[in-house]
Design a protein around this ligand. Structure first.
Ligand code: NZQ
Ligand code: ZN
Length: 389
């Protein structure tokens, strides 16, 4: 196991009706003038936004609002949010929605404290400070409610880039599984795929002797395999929604990833798909992950056979572990298909002729690599996209 530091100080408030405590927690974490930041309208239609406003009012907290965050959130609204916060002397950003609203809120929170262009942070500038961010989560997926990460798309060139910094980790996150019951089945499945992908990015490692995090990863995956079909069959199944919501947080606040090298190539490869076609991140991952696994499997057949046996319930073929490994990938594809996810470019509506452009936009050039399980060159990424056709 590698040395590590783990500090994950978000205060989680989990369960029914917890959104009504938003005002109390904003106050506890020092907010007196709030920007409420949300998406395309689901929180308006569900009445959640009104309940949050009531909660702030009941604590005497002043607020301004900025809605309109799109899935794969754009830089344009971030600039607007930064300006609004400065004009209104906002000292706390409250995201109400999914990963997109939360990531946009984090970008605004960082941008307000910085004289230059907030995009500098998405090009590698280290993050030092931000306004405090709180979240009220409405979809279990990105894990942004417990992470210090944010992913934004710059309209110019449709560049989708991520950044991370402790200052962006939410100070509190309110997780009420009931709020996810209005999700369409497709969005639920996209979220479930993303949660599983966050585990895969950590599970496939060259670091040895990481049994504890292997087992935690497997627990999250087994939970998702059990609970996802239940919520797709019955969107109002509170208990299944609750398990998935917590799994989404656990999968990405790095509890299951500490002490090991992590890969993250598939996320970068996917980001080019969602940037180009504006598809849901989870749907893009459903297409990329099986292809990536097939391409890199030989790096550690035993690890792939291990997940096949422990998570997918395959029988170990001791004479030929590669067969077991392949069966595990096949089971993953079957699972993704069963929950309504695309597993190919064709399913997703992506085009073969765009592969060179996506490879180029990844910026690896002739000699660069990305990922740690198997460092991938531009040529490798091209092959992975083609395996996903
Ligand atoms: O915009 P509204 O109207 O709210 O609708 C959203 C949106 O259309 C809808 N939705 C959310 N909650 C709902 C609901 N509809 C009905 N009822 C509800 N309760 O669902 C759609 C998707 O929302 P979005 O916020 O985009 O989903 P998600 O949480 O999957 O976030 C995706 C973004 O997060 C990034 C992705 O790249 C993508 O841009 N990621 C962020 C990460 C992080 N910050 O740590 C890590 C992830 O790997 C990921 O890259
Ligand atoms: Zn993700």
């Amino acid at each position: 196991m590698n040395n590590f530091n783990f500090y994950s100080p978000t205060y989680f408030v989990f369960g029914k009706d917890t959104e009504n405590k938003a005002g109390k927690y904003v106050k506890r974490f020092g907010g007196s003038k709030v920007l409420i930041h949300y998406g395309g309208g689901s929180v308006v239609r569900s009445g959640l936004l009104d309940r949050v406003k009531e909660s702030l009012k009941s604590e005497g907290i002043d607020f301004v609002e900025l809605g309109g965050v799109m899935p794969n959130p754009r830089s344009g609204l971030v600039y607007e949010g930064i300006e609004l916060c400065r004009k209104e002397a906002v000292d706390f950003v409250l995201a109400v929605g999914g990963g997109s609203s939360i990531d946009s809120a984090k970008a605004i929170a960082v941008g307000v404290k910085y004289d230059g262009d907030f995009w500098d942070f998405y090009e590698g500038k280290p993050i030092r400070e931000a306004l405090p961010v709180g979240t009220i989560l409405t979809i279990a997926a990105a894990g942004s409610e417990g992470s210090g990460d944010s992913v934004i798309t710059k309209e110019e060139g449709m560049l989708k880039r991520g950044t991370g910094g402790e200052a962006m980790r939410p100070v509190f996150s309110i997780l009420n599984p009931e709020l996810t019951q209005t999700l369409p089945a497709y969005q639920t499945a996209c979220g479930a795929t993303d949660i599983m992908a966050h585990v895969f990015e950590r599970y496939f490692t060259n670091t040895k002797e990481v049994e504890i995090t292997d087992r935690l990863c497997e627990a999250v995956l087994l939970t998702m395999i059990k609970e996802t079909p239940r919520v797709i069959a019955d969107p109002n199944n509170y208990e299944a929604r609750a398990n998935i919501m917590w799994a989404g947080m656990v999968a990405h606040n790095n509890l299951v990833g500490v002490g090991r090298d992590q890969d993250w190539s598939s996320h970068n490869i996917e980001h080019e798909l969602s940037a180009l076609y504006d598809v849901a991140h989870g749907a893009g991952l459903a297409v990329i992950f099986p292809a990536w696994m097939t391409y890199v499997m030989k790096q550690d057949i035993n690890r792939f056979a291990q997940i096949a046996v422990r998570v997918w319930g395959c029988n170990m073929n001791f004479a030929n572990p590669e067969e077991t490994a392949k069966e595990g990938i096949e089971r993953l594809k079957q699972f993704l298909t069963s929950i309504g996810m695309p597993i190919s470019f064709k399913d997703l509506g992506a085009k073969e002729e765009d592969i060179p452009l996506m490879v180029e936009k990844l910026g690896l050039g002739d000699n660069g690599t990305m990922g740690s399980f198997v460092p991938l060159t531009s040529k490798d990424v091209d092959q992975i996209y083609r395996l996903a056709l």
